[in-house]
Design a protein around this ligand. Structure first.
Ligand SMILES: Cc1cc2nc3c(=O)[nH]c(=O)nc-3n(C[C@H](O)[C@H](O)[C@H](O)COP(=O)(O)O)c2cc1C
Length: 182
C-alpha cells in the first residue's frame, strides 16, 4: 500500500484545485490510498502564540498525517502571481521546530483561470519554498491546468477528458517518483 496525502491550497468548496486532487484520487490504482486535506482550521502563524502555547493541535495533526505518508501532493492555486497565503501560512507553521518534509517525495499540481500560465508562477514560487523545507520535489512532468472555468463543473469536479489523460500520466510518473525513488 502506498499512502499519499493531497493538500489543497484553496479553501472554497468548489475549488478546482481540490477538484484536481479528487480527480487524482479517482485515477489512483488500488494499492494507492490518497487522503485529501484542506487547510481549514490552521490559524495565522503568530510567534507569540507559538511561544505561549506551542503548535496548534490542527498543525500537529497535519504534521502527523504528512509524516505518515509516502508522498505529498500539493494543489497550488495562483494568487497575485504567487502562492496563496493559506498554503504558505500552513507550511510556515509546519516548518517550526521540525523538518516535516525533509527527504519527503513531493509533487505539485495546479489549476487556474484563463489562457495564460495555469498556476505556473505560483508553482515555481512554491518550489522555492519547498527547497527550504528540504522536500524532494518531482522535477517533471509538470501540470499547469489553464482555463479551469471550462474544464471543471460548478462543484469543482474535473470534466475535461484531455486534462484527465494528462493527469493520469502525471500520476504514473509521481508514483514512480514515490515508490521507486529514482
Ligand atoms: C486573491 C486572488 C488573486 C488571484 N490572482 C491570480 C493570479 O495572479 N493569476 C491567476 O492566474 N489567477 C489568479 N486568481 C484566480 C484564481 O487562480 C482562480 O480563481 C482559481 O480558480 C482559484 O483556484 P480554485 O478554483 O482552486 O479556488 C486570483 C484569485 C484570487 C482570489
Amino acid at each position: 500500500m502506498t499512502k499519499l496525502i493531497g493538500i489543497s491550497g484553496a479553501l472554497r468548496k468548489a475549488s478546482t484545485n481540490t477538484g484536481l486532487l479528487r480527480a487524482l484520487k479517482d485515477l489512483a490504482p488500488q494499492h494507492v490510498e490518497l487522503e485529501i486535506v484542506t487547510l481549514h482550521g490552521i490559524p495565522l502563524y503568530d510567534g507569540d502564540d507559538e511561544a505561549a502555547n506551542g503548535k496548534p493541535q490542527s498543525v500537529k495533526d497535519l504534521d502527523a498525517r504528512i509524516r505518515a505518508a509516502d508522498g505529498v501532493i500539493f494543489a497550488c492555486p495562483e494568487y497575485n502571481f504567487s502562492v496563496p497565503g493559506v498554503l504558505k501560512n500552513a507550511t510556515d507553521w509546519l516548518s517550526r521546530g521540525s523538518a516535516f518534509l525533509k527527504w519527503k517525495r513531493v509533487g505539485i499540481v495546479g489549476a487556474g483561470a484563463g489562457f495564460f500560465h495555469g498556476t505556473g508562477r505560483s508553482q515555481y514560487h512554491f518550489r522555492q519554498n519547498l527547497q527550504a523545507l528540504q522536500a524532494i520535489v518531482m522535477p517533471k512532468p509538470e501540470i499547469f491546468v489553464n482555463h479551469n472555468e471550462d474544464k471543471f463543473d460548478a462543484d469543482g469536479n474535473l470534466t475535461d477528458e484531455e486534462t484527465r489523460k494528462h493527469l493520469a500520466k502525471w500520476l504514473e510518473a509521481f508514483l514512480e517518483w514515490v515508490e521507486k525513488k529514482p
